[in-house]
Design a protein around this ligand. Structure first.
Ligand code: PMP
Length: 321
């Protein structure tokens, strides 16, 4: 049975500013392939997560799971929390983000600026600890928990929305490869589904940031230098039907230097865009000449002003004390 259609709160109209974003061809190196890059950092809160925040909250609102003044609680390393904080501010809802200690100050300040609360779990508890704490709080306070790591609406937002935009923007509506690092997996799963359903001969490539320096966050064998991309946390990703998916390992040093190169070319992106671009170049090489490869630039550089993305660590000189 269809859910009753509840009109959205009028204040939420600014959420219509989420998408469409440009899809631009980017070639960083003269001898390299051209990659089709979706500029998702142009969304209102500065990341692709505006899509899933709007999609999941509007659906919950229409189905009566959210009422005026209600509360939303989510575990997120940052981007989703920031997007939810903005969407909740628009819709007159309260918001609490749960995340591990160690996330950048910019993220916490941004959420608080939108009127959201931030609850930090110990750094060692990692993303998993944040999920457990968010569940506990949501139960106690009878709040709506979007649960981005398992909510199929996360991937659906990209299947019915971002993916359809890309199909209308790319020449011939033809995609051979789709590339993304996985946090929840919503991006790569939803886009793959959109392109496969449209009849494209598409392969999904999953970018894995490999730590040069080791990872000190439990439940994460990936490099912590690429925030938002984590290993094996997401039920949504593990259970997705993506036959023939290919994993591509990328050194976190290369992901970081590529993000800086993209910034110098006028794309104000964060580390995961560098990761995605490097993996997309490798995917294009494997698919061969003429392949149309799509990737996403998920978020903006301003979120990383206090990090090594903008202030690279000095390289120790030989003989220095
Ligand atoms: N990049 C950044 C900056 C992110 O925050 C995320 C999601 N946490 C991703 C990439 C991965 O996107 P998804 O969750 O759709 O797999």
């Amino acid at each position: 049975m269809r859910p009753p259609c509840r009109p959205l709160p009028a204040d939420g109209r600014f959420l219509q500013a989420v998408g469409p974003t440009p899809l631009v061809p980017v070639r960083l190196h003269e001898e390299g392939p051209t990659i089709w890059c979706k500029l998702e950092f142009l969304n209102p809160s500065g990341s692709t997560k505006d899509r899933i925040a709007r999609y999941m909250l509007e659906k919950a609102w229409r189905q009566g799971e959210l009422v005026p003044g209600g509360e939303v609680i989510e575990a997120s390393s940052g981007s989703t929390s920031i997007a939810l904080a903005l969407a909740c501010a628009q819709m007159g809802l309260r918001f609490t983000a749960v995340m591990p200690e160690g996330v950048t100050g910019e993220r916490i300040l941004t959420i608080r600026a939108y009127g959201g609360d931030v609850v930090l779990v110990p750094r060692e508890a990692g993303v998993h600890g944040a999920i457990v704490k968010a569940e506990e709080l949501a139960r106690e306070r009878k709040a709506f928990a979007p649960r981005q790591f398992e909510n199929l609406d996360n991937a659906e937002a990209h299947r019915v929305w971002t993916g359809q935009e890309i199909l209308s923007q790319i020449p011939g509506g033809l995609v051979h490869g789709v590339v993304s690092g996985v946090g929840t997996g919503g991006t790569v799963v939803g886009l793959y589904q959109a392109f496969a359903e449209a009849g494209c001969p598409v392969t999904a490539f999953v970018a894995r940031p490999i730590a040069g320096l080791g990872c000190d966050i439990e439940c994460c064998s990936f490099s912590p230098r690429v925030p938002g991309v984590v290993d094996g946390m997401s039920r949504l990703y593990r259970e997705a039907d993506m036959p023939g998916r290919v994993e591509i390992d990328v050194s976190d040093d290369v992901a970081m230097s590529t993000a800086r190169a993209l910034i110098r070319r006028g794309f104000p992106v964060g580390p995961s865009s560098g990761l995605n671009y490097v993996a997309a170049v490798e995917a294009a090489k494997r698919l061969g000449p003429g392949a149309q490869v799509v990737t996403v630039f998920p978020d903006r550089m301003e979120r990383y002003f206090s990090t090594e993305l903008i202030q690279p660590k000095p390289v120790p000189t030989r003989g220095a004390a």
